[in-house]
Design a protein around this ligand. Sequence first.
Ligand SMILES: Nc1nc2c(ncn2[C@@H]2O[C@H](COP(=O)(O)OP(=O)(O)OP(=O)(O)O)[C@@H](O)[C@H]2O)c(=O)[nH]1
Ligand SMILES: [Mg+2]
Length: 254
Amino acid sequence: MTNSEQMHETGRGVVAVIPTYCEVESLPGLLSRVHAVLPELSVLIVDDSSPDGTGEWVREQMESDSRLHLHTRPAKSGLATAYVEGLGRALEMGFDYLIQMDADASHRPEDLPKLLVRAAGPDHPDMVIGSRWVPGGKTNGWAPWRVALSRAGNAYINFWLGTRIKDATAGLRVHKASWLRETGILDKVSTVGFGFQVEMTTMAEAMGAAIVEVPITFDERELGESKLSGSIFVEELVMVTKNGIKRKFSRRKK
Ligand SMILES: Nc1nc2c(ncn2[C@@H]2O[C@H](COP(=O)(O)OP(=O)(O)OP(=O)(O)O)[C@@H](O)[C@H]2O)c(=O)[nH]1
Ligand SMILES: [Mg+2]
């Protein structure tokens, strides 16, 4: 890759794809922190016409900040399609590495250089996952029930889908652009909501991707509101169980 020496210090050749729905409170602070650690990092915001003016705020910033890009969609259409469209757009723009991160600062910008160093390592992994559930990974401000739910969710996913990834639901990731392009994996995603992370993980594993996990600290959202809903949770549960049954059944027939 080009600029590999600097990319983890400056963010050159790298883009962060950030989906937003009503994040005008969180986004300004997040972007300042991002550019404090990676001053040349490009950012692509995928905004679903947030009624709180998130898109307008980004547009204003873009007048004086060429690092920012905006992809606007007409209505709230789900996290998965926001990431798929955003990552696809970022591939067209020609970046070498694509970061996916949330806008609510749960993913610490200060962890990004560490993930990029790992992505540019001698083995050039296809995907680097910022993981809460490998040694050194943490959650900050989570109630015990939330830790238990996330751990149980990952155990459930592991049982049904047999993934070796400890945090298959993690949302902070670095993708190698060439791998996404070669496999066309983005065209194969079928989830609408948060199950996207799990689907990407298990599909990539099945395609033989080299996936590594790097410990991160996951902070609780401080500003704005969560968009995680019961129906999204149920969609994920159904997707994991359905695919798990399919997988176990097809193995038994062989
Ligand atoms: N473009 C777009 N972004 C979305 C949509 N749903 C959620 N997001 C964004 O996706 C990211 C993750 O959503 P969150 O609401 O933080 O969900 P979460 O992290 O599971 O829940 P919390 O832990 O409560 O924050 C945030 O940046 C949201 O603004 C959507 O339908 N469209
Ligand atoms: Mg969040």
